[in-house]
Design a protein around this ligand. Sequence first.
Ligand SMILES: [Zn+2]
Length: 332
Amino acid sequence: MKDKLELSIALWKYAKEWVYSASYDEALSDLYRYVIPTHDRLGIPGHVEVVSGHIGIIRNIGASSFNGMKHMDKDELLDIMSRGWGVGCHSWSHGMVMENPERELLQAKEELERVIGRRVTIYTSPGSNRNLTSEVIGKAKEYGYIAGMSITDDLNYSDAEDLFWINRPPLHEKFSDLYDSAFDPYKRIHQAKKYNGWIVDYLHCPLEKAVHDYKDCSAEHHKERLETIVEEGKYDCWFANPDDVVDYRYMRKHTEIEKCPENRGKFKIRIKGLPEQVMCRELTFILKSVYTPEAITVTVDDKTANTYPLGGACLCFTVPVKDGSEIAIQTR
Ligand SMILES: [Zn+2]
């Protein structure tokens, strides 16, 4: 009977079908006014993109529409991290990165890591995609980043190889260019469901009125968007901090499951070539079998795992694993 056990790695953590994240460029303190309370109420973590040379100071960058507003300081960054939020590096000065890549990418990352006391793995292109050329990506890799965020209005597909071009649809009030467009609370949700994709909304700091119509929506629309995500995502969406999604993608890519020929209820985990920067080393496994979930006990490295029925003769469990980990399936 035990050869009827099939173990696989879930596409997304917790065996969810699609993923939602929200990112806030510039990491402004005014996120505390509307954005953070909405995230807290709905249980969705966010992600801030920090201009490392401006931590805790009033914004005064070129002709930025956000000049005069304060960037989050150390205590605020630590506070949002304690709420489950993630932190990315949005360069040192928000200028052209290749004018001084060592300062804009490396020094910026090191300073941010020093301030928050934790590793930073995502670089978020400032200004436009002109700061995400292949030269910039090459430098970002050299300096230890494992992912890059663009400003491209698209979904992220589950099988996309390139984590240095994470797409981010802007959640704007209205946008006028070759074509005009307006706020849509359902933006890309059905596409994410159909293709098992990952939405990363691109925002700055929604307030009573958007500071800039094409860089933000209003706080009211922001609330509507997040409520729509929860309503549409219910039990099928992983509401995720992008740092964790990046880690999960690397874990899934570099892990293989080996069946033990001498014991059919035993599997060995092989992890090869995983970047050492990956912080969260958990994976969700799906076990398909002929047994009911109640009849199965799963142990991972001799510890009993919590399993959850998935339907369709499947159950899932989420556990930390390392190269050589052993998963044993016992049936009553
Ligand atoms: Zn920016």
